[in-house]
Ligand binder design. Sequence first.
Ligand code: B12
Length: 315
Amino acid sequence: MNGEELYEVISALSIKAGFIDFGAAPVEKLTTEKLHLEEYIAEGHNAGMGYMAGNMSLREDPGLLLEGAKSVLCFLAPYKPLVLQDESLPGIASYAYGMDYHRVIKDKLFKIIKEIKALIPEATARAFTDSAPVFERTWAAKAGLGFIGKSTFLISRSHGLHTLIGVIILDREVKYGKMVPAGCGKCTKCLDSCPTGALCRPFRVDARKCISYQTIESKKEYVQEEFIIDLKNSIFGCDICMNACPWSAKGEPGLWQEFMPLSLAGYSKTLPELNAGEWMAMEEDTFKEYFSESPLSRPGLQKIKSGLVVKKDIR
Ligand code: B12
């Protein structure tokens, strides 16, 4: 099977799995991106994400993640919600309304690998989504799925910003995509919208001030953070710079059942409909029952509740 044929086969598998776009890039060293990352770390913009400084050679060269690696296959998963959360409610990033994407996307990538292997038994491949030192946005841009915006998002000209990236590294050549032109122009709406100054310059997020970082990734209590920020209404993640981007009008609501808002039977509500009182009164057992497969299990209930309290103190 030649590269063009293999591309067609994977493209069909991608559509069957529900991905809204697929493209591939040849394996090469990402020396410029590595320099960007080193600069980012030197400026302390990775905050407490010490892991970003590790495995630098793997991050630079995906060839080290799989022997004989030839191609980086990139897939876009859609999650634009049908209905946005009421702004007065404790804010949850829209990618987290449903199930944790890490498992959902990986399961689909594993199925694609299985089908590739059914056709080419000697092929080897590895699947990643946010689970390895891989510059996922850069690879998706190189594969022709979109451009990197000033917000650092991978922006698809047809599907906007509400996309998650899945990656397969494969030891076969396929037809490769062409990079698309950048589409930010003079626009700075994302930078202007960030309430904490975390988008401190084009293409740079200072995670120390980022609502998304502080509410999802940071292990610190809010009052112990290097920068005490107004979390606005957020208790998990942040979509402010994404929603400010004119390109976010692109793309249809996602249809993946797994990303539909979690239904909370005991509340007769879905996750984005919970109010502050319901969050504060929630017990650990209830949280475990409903959120064990949700991204919200990462920070846990105590952190979520403390976000509500901190918000009140700052105001
Ligand atoms: C660490 C991380 C975070 C950190 C830091 C984010 C950041 N921008 O660095 C925190 C916790 C803050 C975060 C937040 C979010 N994240 Co996050 N995160 C990651 C992770 C694990 C690594 C990103 C990384 O390498 N950062 C290091 C910096 C140096 O890289 P970068 O900002 O991407 O910068 C690149 C470009 O800007 C470019 N670049 C740098 N300078 C210049 C200059 C020019 C001119 C150009 C053209 C390019 C360029 O080079 C850099 C290296 O590739 C990726 C998964 C992965 N393995 O890639 C997900 C990932 C980026 N996150 C994702 C998501 C969904 C989010 C949130 C939307 C979640 C939310 N709603 O709260 C927010 C978005 C915030 C934002 N504006 O980025 C998605 C993004 C999908 C997309 N369409 O872009 C990813 C790809 C996960 C996935 N598999 O889908 N995230």
